[in-house]
Design a protein around this ligand. Sequence first.
Ligand SMILES: Nc1ncnc2c1ncn2[C@@H]1O[C@H](COP(=O)(O)OP(=O)(O)OP(=O)(O)O)[C@@H](O)[C@H]1O
Ligand SMILES: [Mg+2]
Length: 214
Amino acid sequence: MNNIQLIVKNLKKTFNRRLVFDKLSFEVRAGERLVITGKNGSGKSTLIKILAGVMNESSGSFEYIFDSGKIDREDIYKIIGLVSPYLVLYDEFSAFENLKLFAKIRNLKIDDDKINQILEKAGLFNRRNDLVRTYSSGMKQRVKYASAILHDPLVLLLDEPTSNLDIEGKDFVDELVQNFRKDGIVVVATNETQDFKYGQRIINLDDYKNNQSK
Ligand SMILES: Nc1ncnc2c1ncn2[C@@H]1O[C@H](COP(=O)(O)OP(=O)(O)OP(=O)(O)O)[C@@H](O)[C@H]1O
Ligand SMILES: [Mg+2]
């Protein structure tokens, strides 16, 4: 079956001796949207980085299953779209050039029309040739969204999805999450109660701080 699934089992993360979370287990199936919340420093961004395959867990496991097979760690980037405050754009490139570069890094053959379409959707078309350095923070956030959906990912990982965005930008995120492929998975890490609507389920990382069995 062509179904994506995320299975997290007993996941634990520590930085040196500081525990961030422990005994974290959950499953997300195709079509599901999950919200991760918790206080500042509770580990939301850390969890998103782990799920994106860019940071190692300390113990436990997570895996993406597709077509009944486990996706290799080194291939995770192909199936996820990541939007986060620490994602870096190339300031001296235009939005268009940034997207071209992202496509190249991911080894995608994407024609200029498709890039322009996505830029249009993100409300950046008129400014597509300006250097990202000259963008407002909300506009930069929109470039990140454009780059996250460029390769039509199965999984969207969104860290603080609406930070810096005005009402129009928030509407854009709403629409993007709502129209995201129905056979896909969305995981949203947020402290904003207004973002809770993105998920059918909420996991609070404050509940995974000690050895209580969960
Ligand atoms: N690279 C790192 N090295 C050491 N400690 C780290 C590192 N990254 C995060 N931490 C620590 O891990 C904990 C969780 O941080 P994280 O950024 O995941 O929290 P968060 O829930 O995203 O917080 P916020 O709501 O402020 O974004 C914090 O105590 C933080 O100091
Ligand atoms: Mg964070």
